[in-house]
Design a protein around this ligand. Sequence first.
Ligand SMILES: [Zn+2]
Length: 281
Amino acid sequence: MLTSTKELLEAAQKQSYAVGAFNMYNLEGAKAVVNAAEAENSPAMFQILPNVLNYGGSALIAMFLEAADSAKVPMSVHLDHCDDRAMIGTALEAGIQSILADGSTLSFQDNLAFTQEMTDFAHAKGSTVEAEVGRISGTEDGMTVAEKEAKMTDPEEAKEFVAKSGVDFLAVTIGNVHGKYHGEPQLDFDRLAKIREKLQIPLVLHGASGLPATMIQQSIELGVCKFNVNSEVRKTYLAFWREYGRTESKSDLLDCQKSATAAMQEVIAEKMRLFGSAGKA
Ligand SMILES: [Zn+2]
């Protein structure tokens, strides 16, 4: 059933678990999340990246909204990492539950101005907003410790940003990266604890693919209520088709779609158990 993102994350915050927000691209992805969520009796979120929305258009949003609404468990649909006012408008008009108004490439003041504007816009439409203070990297390769720290969320800045912008959720940067971690992930939990002391709203951690269970647990204890997952599920899907291309053992496309869905479902269900959301729907 379609539920507001705010409701999903506040329930998670109260009961100390986190909701998985899965970046999905197509029908197989939609079915994989719904199947896993229903099998695990877990709340869940769909996330759509702007380039995927650009490609799929309103039909894609409609498909995710319908899949979420017809699911037996609470689900919402979220626009991920968007800095485009027009696209945010399209998504809100289509009835999306929440957006990440991403001004993280801008200066603090410009990010704040952009986020304030998008938050007023989204709230007027009954949607909620995630913002990013600090900048989540695609990779840490070649960065010095000072460079890494400069991109991390400053607790004082985060407090000011949330108070002035009125955002509902905050994505933090504490050493998490998008995509693959090179070597052991290094998360700055002292920083997360300081952010938590200053903020009561649900916190979000991007780049959860590849984080060990102990780090996931510690993040939840320090206020993370939403983990973004993309790489691991996407790689599973691509690996399925790569293998299919190599062997061509099956010729029925529908059978292949079902198998690809099942492969993703397994990875997603494992994340739901890891995040503690299994059994919480
Ligand atoms: Zn992200």
